[in-house]
Write a protein that binds this ligand. Structure first.
Ligand SMILES: Cc1cc2nc3c(=O)[nH]c(=O)nc-3n(C[C@H](O)[C@H](O)[C@H](O)COP(=O)(O)OP(=O)(O)OC[C@H]3O[C@@H](n4cnc5c(N)ncnc54)[C@H](O)[C@@H]3O)c2cc1C
Length: 202
């Protein structure tokens, strides 16, 4: 009986793991569990061309739909792993199912770190990690876009540059918010937040 592998996290790492396992000759069952509604996709366009509507959604996906079946990988989408029971080698899912595994791979990536400051729960504040986040932004016909990330990072400046080049508005207001890192004496840029005014869907 071949070993079976369960991979939690259907992002780029999870998809690459499936590909590598098969390329290296692993023949046992593989189950890829992802809590998003979509099969693995690339995130970089989300803050660039896809955000601005110039990159078609199908191009985001890392593999064709048929790939997972052809690779004998069971893809469980919209499914979250709730608990790992190492004693009986099972993963408990939020839908109540339990998956048995011989080997378990955690490819759960990073989580959006939400702002914790006054006003952080106001309407109109958006985070950007997933296709659903971009959909939410576009559906809101948003006039303000906020991107936050640990440390001053290229994602924020990329968004600003893309927005500026698309609107050809070099005066687009961009604001970086500096917050002190409570763990350090020195002021440190732990989040950078852009607030950009633009009509996203026009
Ligand atoms: C907007 C944006 C733009 C980026 N641009 C660039 C760029 O230009 N260049 C670059 O090099 N990198 C870029 N990155 C970073 C790059 O996309 C990430 O490094 C890459 O996505 C990491 O892949 P991953 O599979 O490790 O993790 P993730 O992409 O985080 O995928 C992990 C998946 O696991 C899921 N998951 C987590 N917990 C569970 C659970 N308990 N049960 C089920 N599923 C779970 C998550 O929802 C997610 O779908 C960008 C990222 C973002 C968000």
């Amino acid at each position: 009986m071949p070993e079976n592998i369960v991979i939690i996290g259907a992002g780029q790492a999870g998809a690459q793991a499936v590909q590598s396992l098969r390329a290296e000759g692993f023949a046992g069952p593989i189950t890829l569990v992802g809590d998003e509604a979509y099969p693995p996709y690339q995130r970089p366009p989300l803050s660039k061309a896809y955000l601005l509507g110039t990159f078609e959604r199908p191009r985001l996906f890392l593999k064709a739909d048929a790939y997972y079946a052809e690779s004998r990988c069971e893809l469980l989408l919209d499914t979250s792993a709730k608990a790992i029971h190492r004693a009986d080698r099972t993963v408990e899912l939020t839908d109540g199912r339990k998956l048995a595994y011989d080997k378990l791979l955690l490819a759960t990536g990073a989580r959006v770190r939400k702002l914790r400051c006054p006003g952080a729960d106001l309407p109109g504040i958006h985070y950007l990690k997933t296709i659903a986040d971009v959909d939410g932004l576009q559906a809101a016909n948003s006039t303000s876009l906020s991107a936050s990330h640990n440390r001053c990072n290229p994602i924020c400046s990329t968004i600003a540059n893309h927005c500026r080049s698309n609107t050809r508005d070099s005066n687009l207001p961009v604001q970086a918010l500096r917050i002190r890192n409570p763990l350090k004496d020195e002021a440190l840029l732990v989040y950078s937040t852009l607030e950009i005014s633009l009509p996203l869907s026009s």
